[in-house]
Design a binder for this molecule. Structure first.
Ligand code: NAD
Ligand code: ZN
Length: 365
């Protein structure tokens, strides 16, 4: 079981390889992409425990010089302090411009290691080995890297494309179910954006996607291809890339209100509620039929994702607080809320004319 997606960004074309148990081939890929290069592997403690030994064994057996830089798990590692630690470790390890930085982990490690790769010596070669479902279908594709500032998430960063994205579905076996489910919300998002057939396939094949095997590989490949297509059309986020934010104007507000407390809400759960809100809001505006919107909600609920604001534990924010949080978002331009709304499943569009009063009225229902 093996699929390949090419990301054709001019000179910077690269492959996303998706397969079961392909991680031990990392030495061959490294040798092919950068013959003679040494590898600086950035990972977090959870992923290191479960998967670093296999990677190190493959590289040692192939005689490839490598060093591992292990950071604490969690969003706190997307900080100036950890960024400094990672960059300094790469420099102290005598890695050069042509050597490879490997991001082995979830989106936190991918963003952090990618930004270190973009920064050390003004740009080192870089491979993404995403290990969470969210990282496999979203954050490892597209070239956005970065860390957080005290003023907000992802405010410091760079665009830096990897040379390869190596996706091994086997590593998902150790990912907690809650994290897997959260990543699945982003998979559903791609169907909702512009691929009704994929959404319908997910409705009938989601058990296989959760179980592993060919359906899982296929869903990840479809998601990567969907994101790659949008990124290719709009690498630096001038327009159409905004479609990837379906559900996210709502989601970011919810995450902001719970202070990004992962015990209450992880990103993908916020996205699931956001997707439900985007379709219900579209229905309230008469853009889509109520039955179509409820079909989206039903699928999210079937897999165990939250779909309503009241599903968030200890929620006590009112409409005004949510609206205020939406205006805090860095994607709000000159006080105008941009929403991704839909005419149907697979028919989303960018709406730049949404009045705050309409959002407030919807949130009050
Ligand atoms: P994460 O990296 O924190 O991973 C979630 C948890 O799962 C962590 O505790 C991690 O240690 C653990 N984990 C990861 N893989 C594992 C495995 N195979 N086995 C066991 N445990 C494993 O979070 P995430 O959800 O992967 O990514 C979220 C981050 O991604 C956020 O910082 C977000 O801003 C970023 N992001 C970036 C982009 C982008 O385009 N660059 C897009 C979306 C999200
Ligand atoms: Zn997201």
């Amino acid at each position: 079981i093996f699929e390949k997606v090419n990301v054709a960004l001019g000179r910077r074309s690269y492959d996303i390889l998706i397969g079961e148990a392909i991680l031990p081939q990392i030495d061959a890929h490294a040798a092919r992409l950068a013959p003679g290069a040494a590898l600086a592997i950035v990972t977090d403690e959870n992923v290191a425990r479960a998967h670093l030994p296999a990677v190190e064994a493959a590289l040692t057996a192939a005689g490839i010089r490598h060093e591992s830089i292990v950071v604490a798990p969690g969003e706190e590692s997307k900080s100036y302090a950890t960024f400094e630690k990672v960059c300094d470790a790469i420099i102290a390890g005598r890695f050069e411009r042509g050597d490879l930085v490997v991001a082995l982990g979830g989106g936190v490690v991918g963003d952090l290691a990618g930004f270190a790769a973009a920064s050390v010596r003004r740009g080192m070669r870089f491979i993404q080995v995403p290990t969470s479902l969210l990282a496999q279908v979203d954050s490892s594709v597209g070239g956005k890297t970065g860390i957080n500032s005290t003023h907000g998430k992802n405010l410091i960063g760079a665009f830096h494309q990897p040379r390869l994205v190596l996706i091994d579905t086997q590593v998902l076996k150790t990912l907690p179910l809650r994290e897997f489910r959260a990543g699945y919300a982003e998979v559903v998002k791609y169907g909702l954006i512009n691929d009704r057939a994929f959404f319908e396939w997910l409705e009938t094949h989601w058990r296989g996607v959760f179980a592993g095997g060919p359906d899982q590989v296929h869903a990840i490949a479809k998601s990567c291809a969907a994101k790659a297509a949008i990124v290719i059309a709009d690498e630096h986020e001038a327009g159409e890339r905004a479609l990837l934010n379906l559900g996210h104007t709502f989601a970011h507000a919810f995450e902001h209100i719970v202070h990004y407390d992962n015990r209450r809400l992880v990103h993908g759960e916020a996205v699931a509620i956001g997707l439900a809100c985007a379709f219900r809001f579209s229905a309230a505006r008469g853009l889509v039929g109520a039955a179509e919107a409820e079909r989206v909600v039903a699928h999210l609920r079937t897999v165990g994702l939250p779909t309503a604001i009241r599903d968030i534990p200890d929620w006590n924010a009112d409409e005004s607080t949510i609206l205020e949080a939406m205006f805090q978002d860095k994607k709000v331009q000159r006080g105008v809320l941009t929403f991704i709304l839909a005419h149907g499943i697979g028919r989303s569009f960018i709406a730049r004319d949404v009045a705050a009063a309409d959002v407030r009225a919807f949130l009050a229902t």
